[in-house]
Design a binder for this molecule. Structure first.
Ligand SMILES: C[S@@+](CC[C@H](N)C(=O)[O-])C[C@H]1O[C@@H](n2cnc3c(N)ncnc32)[C@H](O)[C@@H]1O
Length: 250
């Protein structure tokens, strides 16, 4: 049988949110490549050889997957959420573009998954119900000035926003700077949603008015959503429902 690479998204955590298409790819695969905790989640297939690696070696991991597929292996590259959202799919294509020319002829596919912002949005209502954007707040792969510019322009355009990688131990100051920019640029008290460990047993959802937010409310297990100026909160017994209306008056 000839080799292939399928870059699969295993969703935000709940096994019920792994698509049947991804389950089928994992069942057929000979090898699984990815960040250690994600590869461990697909470890239930006894025929699968696991190649777990650290989070910072995405291009090496991609080359390894492509080399194995060239040798006839059926390789799944595992990402959390969706593989096309701040994850392995772009890294594999970068390796294809700059790597061995024969890799361009390999069977390489991306199998989508449920990304953290959509699982978080569903957990509290529909805050991304109108136009929105997603921004990775890590400045490991881009300069902070560009992040700051995008935050200001997204606020000016009145997008709802989703923030991935908000705050890590090695970058504790970034989210503080992001909040300062957002408080100034938005100027109001729209809701910010801190969704931690979404779809897992220890999921928490906190809805906080923007001007009352503090940097310690987020960590690397949190995806943060910010409403637009139109976003509404429905108070009720139990958790409130947050939504952004489908229309904006012209
Ligand atoms: C490198 S990005 C990967 C995103 C992933 N490809 C996706 O589509 O969800 C990692 C970031 O995703 C977010 N994230 C992933 N899974 C999450 C979950 N279950 N709950 C909350 N945030 C999550 C966090 O912001 C985390 O820092």
């Amino acid at each position: 049988m000839s080799g292939w690479v399928q870059i699969v998204g295993i969703g935000p955590g709940d096994d019920a949110l792994v698509t049947p298409q991804v389950q089928a790819a994992v069942a057929e695969a000979t090898d699984a490549v990815g960040y250690i905790p994600y590869v461990e989640r697909v470890a239930q297939n006894p025929n699968l050889t696991l190649h777990a690696s650290d989070n910072r070696v995405e291009i090496d991991r991609s080359r390894h997957a492509l080399e194995m597929a060239s040798q006839g292996k059926r390789v799944v590259v595992v990402s959390s959420g969706d593989p096309g959202v701040f994850a392995m799919a772009a890294a594999v294509f970068e390796a294809v573009e700059h790597g061995d020319p024969t890799w361009r002829d390999l069977d390489v596919r991306v199998l989508p998954g449920i990304t953290a912002m959509l699982a978080a949005s569903a957990a509290c209502g529909a805050p991304l119900g109108h136009d929105f954007c997603a921004i990775n707040l890590s400045d490991n792969l881009k300069p902070w000035d560009l992040i700051d510019k995008r935050l200001r322009l997204a606020a000016e355009a009145d997008f709802a926003m989703a923030f991935y990688n908000p705050r890590s131990k090695s970058r504790p100051e970034g989210f503080e700077k992001a909040l300062k920019t957002l408080k100034e640029s938005c100027g109001d008290n729209r809701p910010m949603i801190f969704a931690r460990n979404v779809s897992r047993a220890d999921q928490t959802i906190k809805i906080v008015p923007l001007q009352e937010t503090t940097p310690d409310m987020a960590d690397m297990r949190t995806v943060v959503l910010l409403g637009s100026s139109q976003t509404r909160i429905i108070e009720r017994n139990g958790a409130p429902m947050v939504y952004t209306p489908r229309s904006v008056d012209g």
